[in-house]
Design a protein. Sequence first.
Length: 552
Amino acid sequence: MSPVSRLEGVRETYARVARNRSLRRVAFAFVVFNAEEYAIWLAFTIYAYGRGGPGEAGAVAMAQLVPAAIVAPFAAVLGDRMRRDRALALGYTSQSAAAAACAVALWVAPAPVAYVFAVVWSSTATLTRPVHYAILPTLASTPGELTAANSVSSSAEALGIFLGPLANSVLILVEGPGTVCAAFAVFTGIAGLTTHRLDLHGAASATGRVEGITDVLGSARRGFMAIVRDPPAGALLLFGGIQFLILGILDVFFVVLAIDVLSMGDGGTGVLNAAVGVGGLVGAGLTAILIGRSRLSLPIELAVGCMAAMVAALAFEGGVGTTIALLAVAGAARSFLDVGTRVLLQRSVPEDTLSRVFGLQESLMMVGLAIGAGLAPLLIAVFGDTGAFTAVGALLLLSGAAVWPILGVLDRRSSGPDPELIAILSRDPIFRPLDQSELERLARHLEPILVAAGTDVIQQGDQGDRFFMIVDGRVSVTIGGDLVRELGPGDHFGEIALLRHVPRTATVSAIEDLRLLALDRQPFLDAVNWSRASIEWLDAHIDDRLSELGDR
């Protein structure tokens, strides 16, 4: 594909994303989420730093993050057991209430009480990100659109990282940390309203019930086991956790860098974080070059190397302008890292456990941030205020080197199937309700079969173990030797025996040479049983066929 054609394809993909009303609403809410997360996090970090220096700031960060890490995998169960738009709205509204409580505590209560409400707020925030990334595959119609949706999400995250710290810098100087929490309680409540009812399809539109604590524990365990049975995906999750450990260290470092090294005052911390956000916003736009790429390991590794270089360069004590520039480039590289790893995870993990797997990622993120916040004072004590940045850059490089073989495995495994197979599946009324990620997974199970004219493909009375789709040629369908109908390209057969656990109800014979696609029982059942729309269509279709059989 020429560069001009590729650029045109990227432009059209983004245009389709922009026309998707639900994606626009989800992106807006995600901007608010990230702005709130960084603004309130910084408000409490600065508040604690002012009371007790790096030690208290790190301790308060850990106090927020450890409970959140425990809550995250269980909260994410809701994203797989209820409509994901409802789960998303629930996450935003609970954050809004917790942020309001933090504001009141910071205004009128002693510091320990405010810290308790900070813990509650950080725990409510664990539901949003897993459900957000789990919902994207159900809103994308092509692999490129899924990458674009992740790129848009990365832009939303970067914009939030810019706006949140910037708002923090203004509000905390004018009115204090309580006002920061109060303002974002309002914004997050609005985000909850925008995500209340989205146009979902496939698995995400299914509803389920959480029957109690035992059901929650069992569902969370199944999400965990999906990763245990898939070591490469688990390693990718662990790699993400290490990146957030590094970010946890940097969160505390930025406070020290702004106040003690660069003498920028309390508002300087927000400015430095906003620089990361601006760079991330630019980088998120540049991630458009990832659209259509089947291999993502090289861009991920280049992003890690760039981040390491920028962070290490902070040790050389440049001025404010140089520091802001280095952080902006690091933010751009982080966008590539985030988009690449999340797309790989979405391609690799089964749809029905995706929210729970992202819940595990959220938990690892919180654990990483907590450990990083705890390590930050130790690194500063050992390496000094600026030398610690060199140590963090080295840690980044080591993590990238360790994960390189795993990324290659996931790249090879997640390379998309033949687009023709996806198109054939998406035209069939059974599979039309499935989202793009499910279609891709199903296409990998299809087996092409050639059948000569005059051959019986299935015989009445046999046990059924396969479903068939006709690509080329025609077949006759007979019951008891009587011709019932003829089928041609685009038609299918064999579903009744699989779904109703009965012998084959008819004989299907090739009138012409056939090109078929066969799908074994279990992948077929897994796909249709996860989509309510598929089940409803099949129930009506099979009832018609069995009624026809009864008339004979």
